[in-house]
Design a protein around this ligand. Structure first.
Ligand code: GLN
Length: 194
């Protein structure tokens, strides 16, 4: 199984390492044509405005929307979550507009620009070590969206069918359980599509 990591900007190598440690092949995706060779795609953390701009410039917006319309799994972390959202608070245009969530950028305030915590995540057996860096929050979810974890009553991990998002950076620790969860989503999709 091949899992792509969108490699325009942000934490790419760390996601590839996490994917490989759960037994799948990790591929840095730099051209839209590469989407044809992968089973799932991770959109990493970084800076969402920059990632969105580069996606437009290199023809990724429609290509990833097409990829998603085939039911192929997508996992957005931090800036990647913002890129996947249908609504960004403050009037900014959405990028991919795939997932039925509203997000607020840099929502933890200045004092808490970055921090780590242990989170209970639905579907994972052990609490997950989560690293938040200028993280966004999910402020609203549509009907088909399930909250998988919360921090101070705010949603920080969510799933809508084949779409998974986290406010934090799961690739910055040795805890690869959320990557394993994503790889299992891909296995389920591949088994159903066969
Ligand atoms: N603050 C960034 C943004 O709004 C996201 C930060 C991150 O990905 N660590 O795009």
């Amino acid at each position: 199984m091949k899992v792509g990591v969108l490699a325009l900007q942000g934490a790419v190598a760390e996601h590839i390492r996490s994917i490989e440690s759960v037994g799948a092949e990790g591929v840095a995706v730099k051209h839209p044509e590469q989407l044809q060779d992968i089973d799932g795609l991770i959109i990493p953390g970084g800076e969402s405005t920059t990632i969105g701009k580069l996606m437009r410039k290199y023809g990724f917006i429609e290509a990833v929307q097409q990829f998603s319309s085939e039911g192929k799994p997508l996992f957005g972390t931090c800036a990647g979550l913002i890129v996947m959202a249908k609504k960004i608070e403050g009037g900014e245009e959405p990028h991919l507009g795939l997932m039925d969530i509203s997000v607020s950028r840099n929502a933890f305030g200045r004092q808490r620009e970055s921090f780590e915590t242990d989170l209970d995540v639905k579907g994972l057996q052990e609490p997950l070590r989560a690293v938040f860096i200028r993280a966004p929050l999910i402020t609203e979810v549509g009907e088909g969206v399930e909250a998988l974890s919360t921090y101070n009553d705010e949603i920080v991990t969510a799933r809508q069918k084949h779409l998974l998002v986290s406010s934090f950076h799961p690739e910055l620790t040795d805890d690869v359980s959320l990557h394993k969860y994503f790889v299992e989503m891909i296995q389920e999709h591949n088994a159903a599509a066969r």
